[in-house]
Write a protein that binds this ligand. Sequence first.
Ligand code: PMP
Length: 424
Amino acid sequence: GNLDPADRALIERRAKVLGPAYRLFYEEPLHLVRGEGAWVWDKAGKKYLDAYNNVASMGHCHPHVVQAISAQLGVLNTHTRYLHDGVVSYAERLLATMPDALGHVMFTCTGSEANDLALRIARSYTRRQGVIVTRLAYHGLSESISELSPSLGDFVSRGPRVRLIDAPNALTVPPEKQGAKLAADLAEAIAAMRKDGIEPAAFIVDTVFSSDGLYPDPAGFLKPAVDLIRAEGGLFIADEVQPGFARTGEAWWGFQRHGLVPDMVTMGKPMGNGFPVSGTAMQPHLVAEFGEKARYFNTFGGNPVAAAAGMAVMDVIETEGLLENASRVGAHLKAGLEDIAAAREDIAQVRGAGLFLAVECVGEDNSPDAARARFVVNHLRRNGVLISATGPGANILKIRPPLILSEAEADHFIAATRSAFAAS
Ligand code: PMP
């Protein structure tokens, strides 16, 4: 290929020191050096529209966030065992975006840690062990949470405490049946678990089912399953790492689209726009005993810089009207992709909510067409647009631009995608 010799050398050095567990995107990996707004630049000065990165949701290097982090870093950074207004004000402001029942929030540094904490609290509160997740879920990387991340593959053990159920499938299950199907599958998993003497502690889902292939609709379909897990004595944990912080354009949180009040909510990724900030919000009764007997101290979690980053992200979402922008530009982007799909047999569906969209590439009888998805991803990359593919068949284009995306940038994306499909 055209790989620069210096990059080839860097890839070798990288493998030598980082070891074999890391993956690079693309056959010819991208060497990025700078970002601004929806764009990133490689070392040769070529720019790319970043339609994949849901961490820099406010746009790369958003000046308000950079300023807030830098200013606090120059004043004080310490842990949560001293009084500091930052973490308290941030917690108040964050909880104000959620239903009143979610009365506490605890801070961590990664989404995995937020889920790990939620799992510990769920197991200690219910005095039960069982957890149900979807078949291709990803909830994180710790030893306990990788058990809940079947998308990591079979090498990662799951043990008898974790059961998998089908994620919604928008091609095979009609919208009005999604809710009943999910609840019936959950009931079956609970029954199977009980046969092994394990009681359900929690049902954990990403409320837009990102790694399963993106299934946000119809809003409300999660409710029967959530009612069921509670009737069976378990908790409902909403993993908002992907849909949270206005991504869906309709609400701050994915669970709100389903008219639900979770027992716990976990969040991360865009929470600090790149600064590691994550957290677990919960109904207070769940953590009363845990708080008293186990305590919780996370060295970096909720530090003054993290709180400043989190505050700044909330400022940007509010002052720049990003919920509204995600909804408006997301609808525009979706319409453009639907227009491409209308003329093609090889796109089964365009779906999504706000600025999180999926395009499902298929062959005959809707069979997954991973090769076409891969072709489109690579063609887009050559033309300066970054996305990826997901789902069990690796055939679902995953499109997740920053929430500051303009209509002109959406048009640029649509045009590039049209040429990629035309060339495929
Ligand atoms: N939950 C979901 C839904 C995620 O997508 C991810 C990260 N891809 C995580 C949890 C884990 O977050 P982190 O990588 O910050 O540990």
